[in-house]
Each structure stands twice: as structure tokens, then as C-alpha cells.
Design a protein around this ligand. Structure first.
Ligand code: HEC
Length: 464
């Protein structure tokens, strides 16, 4: 059975073509990178980065190795020198700018100006293309604290682009919360809680459409139709008791009644027939048959759980739900779609957030926001088979999996400052949001990418 379970929450992975122009990289023609940029690195950096040594795993002897970044993350973000580690190392690193051990080899002002201008023009290589051009797969991570969205390249596991909403007419308090991506990567969508909009972006990260919606929270896409669903933000105390159904072409919104307060959790049935939601305030979940316009409810027993999210298995037979206040993890039988009784309840670590199924449906990964861990759940046994912990899992929130099934991406709010940046670039820069990359063969953390403040939702292209 072809299934279309969509990750309804936090991390979105997507196969998108990076937004970049394919025009020549230079105003003076020729290969600007080789003639002007590489010689600077050769003179000042390559001895330690790709010559005798390759410090930090960063090789600066060519454009292609430079753009792969270090073993910790990207060295540069095309079009954004201000957020590029390489520039921050050379200008802001404390107590001394890099490389402090060899003051003579610090970049001169004119070299720095040349490099920053080149990055801001797209960091184009010898072939005139910006890095991560073409049909790449990306994961998108919204940073609620500084109105930015990181675009992560899934092959190299580095930040490929930074979408800065403050440069697109929104204020720093717009609160981008969650993302969803078209199955073919052609467009992606983000909710801005405080701005009250859902934005539609193209492959080049340009805004091409928008819909108004009060305090939008999670997104859930139905790849079997043109529908995108949207719930209400957790930050909203008394939002309308309706979820939104968006036509992804026109971006028009229809609101569907849920008859309970604070609809937050959201999942689309794998065949697109039903959409599920649940209340943060009451132990109630709903299944809405979209074409029949009929609703059925499931009462969840116990104390107030505050259901954070729902997710449907790739085969559509199982739905799972997470409970913030009780640390419970629910399994529902979703075969019938209209009736979806609870079959099992297990305990996971504190505050399970956004669950995601492995592509084969055999496992579920869920970040436990108050425990700084990720639970790996065996679906057949309905039990926790392993718990991942480690640096980077700082108020872990959302989850996305690369389409090859190799990598799990967990976004971390890090409002608790559990993660400290590997470099000190001065005040206010020490506790960025995180994206912890986990190797799904070994369940080991391989990298912690530093992203914007209060990293929250994330998502990518569904792989099925
Ligand atoms: C004397 C050796 C040396 C030279 C020369 C040197 N580096 Fe480094 N670089 C290091 C070491 C060691 C580290 C790892 C320790 C650290 O991050 O501070 C590092 C780290 C970095 C990082 C951070 C990697 C990451 O992701 O954390 C960047 C970016 C970087 N160097 C860029 C440069 C640039 C650009 C130059 C030339 C202007 C340069 N380096 C010259 C030794 C050097």
C-alpha cells in the first residue's frame, strides 16, 4: 500500500533544490574563486587546514572541500557572511581572533572584505555556482527566537542557507515555528506564530505565497492531495477551536471545527482521507473525515496529558501520540480511521515531543524535551529499545529523517543553555539552537550543528 504518513511536527526534512542562481559568480568574468579567494586561503590558512594538517577537519585547499565544512559544521553560509563561522572566527573569536597562535597570519582587512563580499554574493565556486546548487535534499529548521530558518544539506550535514525573515519584512518576534515540504521539494511552508501567517517558499527560499491564520503552530502535509493542515500554537491560551486546511496552490484557508480547546497535535491519515488533532487542554482527540465532513472523537483516559503531537505510521495502521505532562506515549489503532481506539500506553522520558517513524515503520524516534534524550521505540514490541543522550540534545524538540534513512535530525531549543557553543563569539552567542545529527546505524551522535535561537520545528521531504 502506498502510504503518505507525514511528519506532523518538529523537524522537516526536504529534498529541495538549494536556492541559488546559476549565473557566473563574478563581475569581472573568469574564475574569481581560483584567482582571488583561494590564494588568500593558500597563504594564510592551508598550512593548518588541508596542508601539513587538517585542523578541525576543515580543508581550505579547494572550494569543494571548504564548502563541506569542518567535522563540526559548515565553515561558510552562502549569501550570509555575518553568520559564517569562518568570518566570525576571523573577526569575533574571543579572547583573540583566529588563528590566535599565529597573529601574523590573521586575515588583513582587505582580505576579509574580499572574502565577506564573495560569501555575500553566494560563495560561488570555479564553476560559477553557489554551493548546494542543484537537486539537493534539505532539512529545514525554524528558529523561533530570532526569526530565521536554517536550511541543512543532508549529504554533507552542514547549514547550506539561512533564511532571515527580518530581511523579508517580518520583525524579529515573528516566531517561525514549524515547516512542511512538498514531496518533490518544489516548495516548502513555514508557520509564523506571532505574524499570524503561513508562508510558502520556492526552491530558492523566496516567498511565493501566504495565508493568514491566527497563531499557527504545527503543519501536516497530505502528499496525496493539495492539502496542507495547520494547528494552533502551544503559546496560544485560547485560540479558535478550529484547525486550518490550506489549498497549497492558492494558499486559501478553510477552517475545520474541532469542538475542543487548544488544538495543537496534527496528523494526516496516510490515504489523505482523515486528519487527526488533539487538545492540549482536554484529553480529547478528533478524526475529521474531510470529504464527508464528519468528526469522531476518542477520549484519552487519565489525568490531563497535554497531547503534544500525533503521527501516523507509513502503512497507516498505527497512530501514536505524545503526552507532555505525563510522559506517556500512546498507540492508537488507526486502521478504521473514524474509530481509533488506544491499544497500548508506554512510559518514555519526560515530555516526549514530536515523534517520527522510521521509513519502514519498525521504529519511532521521539525527543524527550525535559530529559535531554531521544527514545527509540520498537513498534512491534511497543517498548523503548534504546535511549540516546549526549551533548547537543538541549531541550530536544523536533525530528526529521533523511530520505536514505541514514540520519536522524533532532532540533533543540536550548533555552536551558544545556549546550554551549564550541566557539566564543561574544555575548549572546554562546547558547544557539542545536540540530543534533544521529547516525541511525549506530544510534550515535555524529555532529551538533549550531543554528538560530530557540530552534523548534523541522521537516523534510517525505520519502515514501
Ligand atoms: C596555526 C594553525 C592554523 C591556522 C594557520 C589556521 N587555523 Fe583555523 N583552526 C586551527 C585549529 C587548531 C582549529 C580548531 C580549534 C578551534 O576551533 O579554535 C581551527 C578552527 C578553524 C575553524 C572552525 C571550525 C569549526 O567548525 O569549528 C575555522 C572556520 C577556521 N579554523 C578557519 C581558518 C581560516 C579561514 C584560516 C586562515 C585565515 C585559518 N583557520 C588558519 C588552526 C589553524
Amino acid at each position: 500500500m502506498k502510504t503518505y504518513s507525514i511528519q506532523s511536527v518538529v523537524l522537516l526534512l526536504a529534498v529541495l533544490t538549494a536556492g541559488c542562481s546559476t549565473s557566473s559568480s563574478t563581475s569581472n568574468g573568469g574564475d574569481y574563486y581560483s584567482s582571488t579567494i583561494q590564494p588568500i586561503f593558500d597563504a594564510k590558512c592551508s598550512s593548518c587546514h588541508g596542508g601539513a594538517k587538517t585542523e578541525a577537519g576543515l580543508n581550505l585547499t579547494s572550494w569543494s572541500t571548504l564548502t563541506k565544512g569542518s567535522s563540526a559544521g559548515e565553515a561558510i553560509i552562502a549569501y550570509n557572511s555575518a553568520h559564517s563561522t569562518l568570518v566570525k572566527m576571523a573577526t569575533k573569536l574571543q579572547p583573540a581572533v583566529h588563528p590566535a597562535s599565529q597573529p601574523s597570519s590573521v586575515l588583513s582587512e582587505s582580505e576579509l572584505a574580499t572574502i565577506t563580499a564573495w560569501i555575500d554574493a553566494g560563495a560561488k565556486g570555479p564553476d560559477g555556482l553557489a554551493p548546494f546548487s542543484g537537486n539537493r535534499e534539505f532539512v529545514y529548521v525554524t528558529n523561533q527566537g530570532d526569526a530565521t530558518i536554517n536550511v541543512i544539506d543532508v549529504e554533507e550535514n552542514v547549514v547550506a542557507r539561512l533564511v532571515d525573515l527580518t530581511k523579508m519584512g517580518f520583525d524579529a518576534g515573528a516566531k517561525p515555528h514549524h515547516v512542511a515540504v512538498e514531496p518533490d521539494g518544489s516548495f516548502w511552508y513555514a508557520t509564523l506564530i506571532s505574524a499570524g501567517v503561513i508562508l510558502k517558499f520556492n526552491r530558492n527560499n523566496e516567498i511565493v505565497g501566504r495565508a493568514s491564520f491566527e497563531v499557527p503552530g504545527l503543519l501536516s502535509m497530505d502528499p496525496s492531495s493539495n492539502r496542507l493542515f495547520v494547528g494552533r500554537s502551544m503559546a496560544a491560551v485560547n485560540p479558535p477551536q478550529r484547525i486550518g486546511m490550506i489549498d497549497r496552490t492558492t494558499m486559501s484557508v478553510e477552517e475545520l471545527e474541532v469542538f475542543f480547546p487548544r488544538p495543537h497535535a496534527l496528523a494526516v491519515a496516510s490515504n489523505g482521507k482523515n486528519v487527526y488533532s488533539a487538545s492540549l487542554a482536554e484529553n480529547k482527540a478528533i478524526s475529521i473525515d474531510i470529504d464527508q465532513e464528519e468528526s469522531t472523537f476518542e477520549d484519552i483516559p487519565g489525568p490531563i496529558h497535554t497531547i503534544v503531537d500525533l503521527e501516523v505510521s507509513p502503512d497507516g495502521k498505527i497512530m501514536v501520540g505524545t503526552a507532555q505532562l505525563t510522559g506517556k506515549f500512546f498507540f492508537f489503532d488507526a486502521t478504521d480511521q473514524a474509530n481509533f481506539p488506544i491499544t497500548d500506553v508506554i512510559d518514555v522520558n519526560a515530555a516526549p515531543w514530536h515523534p517520527i517513524f522510521s521509513h519502514d515503520g519498525s521504529k519511532i524516534y521521539v525527543a524527550n524535551k525535559m530529559a535531554q534524550t531521544v527514545s527509540i521505540i520498537d513498534v512491534a514490541k511497543k517498548s523503548v529499545e534504546a535511549v540516546v543522550e549526549g551533548n547537543g540534545l538541549a531541550q530536544p524538540h523536533g525530528a526529521a529523517i533523511s530520505s536514505d534513512g541514514k540520519w536522524l535530525y533532532i532540533s533543540g531549543n536550548n533555552l536551558n543553555a544545556a549546550y554551549v557553543s564550541r566557539h566564543n563569539f561574544g555575548e549572546g552567542t554562546q547558547n544557539p539552537g542545536t540540530v543534533t545529527v544521529i547516525d541511525l546505524k549506530t544510534n550515535k551522535i555524529i555532529k551538533v550543528l549550531e543554528v538560530g535561537l530557540y530552534a523548534s520545528g523541522s521537516a523534510g521531504r517525505p520519502s515514501w
